[in-house]
Design a protein around this ligand. Structure first.
Ligand code: SF4
Length: 355
């Protein structure tokens, strides 16, 4: 029994071809079956009515299609959609679809929870549960397409739960599934891996020939301040991360979440400009999502605009992002954290009732 969705398209083709040949099936069956994995996906082999019934039944046994189960779907007034997927082992992950004109960006998770404990992040507070498989990572795109083919993402960002470069092997395969023409066929420039800067895996990502985009979560312009917000600074210090980015040979985006009275001063913008300018990096300024960190306050809008202007005055390209899906808790990890809190509340109410 092989989970074909956990293989890269090339490996899936080889596995199917070998299995079909052993059954004495004609070679064209591979060309019929392979597109049903990702290009025109099916929820189960029953739905491949172009195949003989006996073959469909045997595919169910030998190449079962493992699904993610949708357990919550929230649609925001601004069109942002958030999905919570059950993984079948008591764990859950989420993805967020952000429509913008003709573009539909799906923000996907790479781990259940996260070990890195950034202070402004709801997922960080959950702690690390487990890595996702390649099938579970790319499966978030597949399930959205199965919900409605018109929602097929044009862009994918690894900015959901987890640190993708701490799950490199699965992310490596998932990138191939997303990009390959026998997979989802999403252009490499439309796929962004967002990381805090895990140096060994950053080198592996840089070594891939495709032009995948890289976003690095900076969130503070000095090592001390970054350490106060992101404990990973201790292991992979800012100067080393910046050194690695200089070797990357592709334009990078620096992510910077603006936290009121913490990292949003103009002196921070000056220091940030010193880091961004030599790289020619784009700086993405992100408002702190109000539900993401109860102890921190978002930067006031006037301050965010002043910060953006200051960067631009230094010749740095900067974009102040809107916080999307404010009404549906669309920051990473928030839906899951919210549902767990609700579950705990129900549980304690039930418990109180029993007592
Ligand atoms: S911001 Fe990213 S790396 Fe930091 S705790 Fe959250 S998920 Fe992990």
């Amino acid at each position: 029994m092989t989970d074909p969705l956990n293989l890269t398209p090339g490996d899936a083709r080889d596995a199917l071809a070998a299995w079909l040949a052993a059954r004495g099936e004609p070679a064209y069956r591979t060309r019929q079956i392979l597109p049903r994995l990702w290009i025109r996906p099916v929820g189960s082999w029953d739905q491949t009515t172009e195949l003989p019934a006996a073959l469909r039944r045997d595919l169910e046994v030998s190449f079962p299609l493992r699904r993610l189960t949708l357990t919550a779907r929230q649609v925001s007034a601004d069109g942002t959609e958030k999905y919570l997927w059950d993984l079948g082992d008591g764990e859950a992950i989420e993805s967020v679809l952000i429509p913008e004109g003709k573009r539909r960006t799906l923000c996907i998770s790479s781990q259940v929870g996260c070990a890195l404990g950034c202070v402004f992040c709801a997922t960080g507070r959950m702690g690390f549960r487990r890595n996702l498989t390649a099938a579970e990572i790319a499966g978030q795109v597949r399930e959205v397409v199965l919900l409605d083919p018109a929602l097929m993402p044009t862009n994918v960002v690894f900015m959901g739960m987890g640190e993708p470069l701490l799950n490199w092997d699965a992310v490596d395969s998932a990138l191939t599934i997303l990009n390959n023409s026998d997979g989802f066929g999403i252009g490499a420039r439309h796929i962004t891996v967002s990381t805090v800067g895990i140096l060994p895996a950053l080198a592996k990502l840089a070594g891939r020939p495709e032009q995948f985009r890289l976003a690095v979560s900076l969130h503070a312009p000095t090592p001390d301040q970054r350490h106060a917000l992101m404990p990973i600074e201790k292991k992979y210090p800012l100067p080393q991360v910046m050194g690695a980015l200089k070797q990357f040979r592709r334009r990078v985006t620096l992510e910077y979440v603006l936290i009121g009275g913490t990292n949003d001063g103009l002196e921070h913008a000056d220091r940030l400009a010193e880091l961004a300018r030599p790289l020619g990096a784009l700086v993405n300024l992100l408002p702190l999502h109000p539900g993401g960190a109860p102890d921190l306050t978002p930067s006031p809008r006037t301050q965010m605009l002043a910060f953006e202007r200051r960067l631009k005055r230094h010749g740095v390209e900067a974009v102040l992002r809107r916080s999307r899906g404010l009404d549906i808790s669309a920051a990473c990890g928030q839906l899951r954290v919210e549902l767990e809190a609700r579950r705990r509340k129900v549980h304690s109410q039930e418990h109180a009732g029993v007592e």
